[in-house]
Write a protein that binds this ligand. Structure first.
Ligand SMILES: *[C@@H]1O[C@H](CO)[C@@H](O)[C@H](O)[C@H]1NC(C)=O
Ligand SMILES: *[C@@H]1O[C@H](CO)[C@@H](O)[C@H](O)[C@H]1NC(C)=O
Ligand SMILES: *[C@@H]1O[C@H](CO)[C@@H](O)[C@H](O)[C@H]1NC(C)=O
Ligand SMILES: *[C@@H]1O[C@H](CO)[C@@H](O)[C@H](O)[C@H]1NC(C)=O
Ligand SMILES: *[C@@H]1O[C@H](CO)[C@@H](O)[C@H](O)[C@H]1NC(C)=O
Length: 437
């Protein structure tokens, strides 16, 4: 009950004020980034063209536009100059260019990267002059994307020209080629028979056969190594929202499939830096064959999951160490058990090919393990900082009883009640209360 001392219900009027304030904040930052500096680009049209209002592209009498933009590989320069023909268009070979995930640039950094921790999969942004300054063209034969909900199952083949994933993952029912389309049957490495069945099974495991994930309180999920993000697509009907990510790795860019399907996803990797989410953001973290070595490096990646999980949140782990008895898997499993036990997670189910832990709020257990030096304690101050570009920490945070308020309200109340979580990342009720006075 009394956990939400700062709880404050704002009405629609103050809600509007919040939105206005947010807008102000956004424009404030935009001002810093784009407004107060010297002009970032100089348009040659202004100085050279006789009629400054004429567009660079000539609209012909029959109403069709003839684009005159040059195709040229152009890089950032200061000041930026936009040619008379309009922004240059990058050559077609750059149609999958992603600024901070450029394989050829990352290769130049190789000697300084920690490959044992897969640092090469993280973001690495080149210096300004090595960034492209041309429009990334669509792939050949690009078509207007198919709309949701049909896009859950079908996207245009030519829009995502990645044949490799279909070749290696076809047998696992991720994606198949079907004439002009990619077809997504809803499978995954771990749910060949469809994500729905798998999601239902997880619900049963968590609720002791009594309910589904939603009734177990799962509202926000983080899907680690999401593939084409079918898991997320099939959680949606349960009113469960998923943040999905996968690196841009040997499987080509899986995220592009997810986005083309209309499923939100990011290119990201669990490697040396914190994920860009505040602590205690998810009720469930899911790894299905995510190919992450959680047992390595003293379980530092599990500690990041511990940071991201809410109390009574679940870690769902569907990977060989959870069920296979050959090779190194039993040893890896023992390590996982040791690491999770040290964090005071409790294994609540281990069935078929999946293990599920719950992160309980057991302070006495954590303090005991800290004392026995099974685990290190994090500095609470660090936790209030934005988790952007922060090195992973090999420690856990022990919350005092006051922070029990981290327990969330039911979803419908979350929309209107100020959460103390926001306080902890530096957003205060000031925005609401100042409107009252
Ligand atoms: C468009 O091009 C035609 C000839 O191709 C030219 O006569 C006309 O002035 C151009 N219009 C503009 C707005 O540049
Ligand atoms: C419109 O006119 C341009 C030449 O000005 C021509 O190339 C194009 O084919 C025409 N488009 C249609 C739809 O008639
Ligand atoms: C797709 O990529 C292959 C090479 O990976 C290329 O040969 C082919 O022309 C591409 N198709 C389209 C439609 O861009
Ligand atoms: C797990 O912990 C136990 C007791 O602390 C230890 O004996 C065992 O070697 C550990 N296992 C692994 C695989 O680290
Ligand atoms: C907390 O953890 C300790 C030690 O692991 C255990 O004995 C105790 O039962 C736990 N308390 C709760 C409330 O689960």
């Amino acid at each position: 009950m009394g956990g939400f001392a700062m709880g404050y219900t704002f009405d629609s009027k103050s809600g509007l004020t919040m939105a206005a304030l947010l807008l102000m904040i956004v424009s404030f930052y935009a001002g810093i980034l784009f407004g107060n500096n010297a002009p970032l680009y100089v348009s040659q049209l202004v100085s050279h063209s006789s009629s400054s209002s004429s567009p660079p592209n000539n609209v012909s009498s029959n109403g069709t536009t003839k684009f005159t933009n040059k195709v040229a590989l152009t890089y950032w320069k200061t000041p930026l100059v936009i040619p008379e023909t309009g922004m240059d268009v990058c050559p077609l070979t750059f149609n999958e260019y992603i600024p901070c995930h450029d394989v050829s640039y990352v290769a130049t950094l190789a000697p300084s990267l920690d490959f044992s921790r897969k640092e090469e999969l993280e973001r690495h942004c080149p210096p300004l002059e090595k960034r492209l300054f041309c429009l990334v063209p669509p792939p050949k034969d690009y078509k207007l994307p198919i709309k949701w909900p049909l896009s859950r199952d079908y996207v245009w083949r030519s829009n995502v020209n990645h044949t490799h994933l279909a070749e290696v993952k076809g047998g696992q029912n991720w994606v198949h080629e079907k004439d002009q389309l990619w077809w997504f049957p809803g499978g995954g490495t771990h749910f060949k028979h469809g994500a729905s069945d798998y999601i239902e099974r997880l619900g049963h495991m968590i609720t002791n056969e009594a309910g589904d994930l939603r009734s177990a309180g799962v509202v926000q999920v983080l899907d680690v190594g999401c593939g084409v993000a079918s898991f997320s697509a099939y959680l949606l009907p349960l009113d469960i929202r998923t943040m999905s990510f996968a690196p841009k790795d040997g499987h080509e860019n899986q995220i592009q499939f997810a986005l083309e399907r209309g499923i939100g996803a990011m290119i990201s990797a669990l490697s040396t830096k914190q994920l860009p989410y505040p602590s205690e953001s998810f009720e469930m973290i899911h790894c299905s064959r995510c190919r992450i070595d959680f047992h390595e490096n003293d379980g530092i990646l599990l500690k990041e999951l511990n940071r991201l999980l809410r109390f009574n949140g679940y870690f769902v782990y569907s990977a060989p160490p959870a069920y296979r008895k050959d090779k190194d898997y039993p040893v890896i499993w023992d390590k996982l058990m040791n690491l999770t036990t040290a964090m005071c997670w409790r294994l609540i189910a281990r069935q078929v090919q999946t293990a599920i832990w719950i992160k309980e709020n057991n302070q006495s257990c954590l303090l005991h393990n800290v004392e026995k030096k099974h685990i290190n304690l994090c500095d609470a101050v660090d936790d209030s900082k934005p988790s952007w570009n922060i090195q992973l920490k090999n420690c856990v945070l022990v919350r005092n009883s006051k922070t029990d308020s981290y327990k969330l309200l039911p979803t419908h109340e979350r929309h209107s009640v100020f959460s103390e979580n926001l306080n902890m990342i530096g957003l205060s009720t000031f925005f609401c209360t100042s409107e009252r006075s």
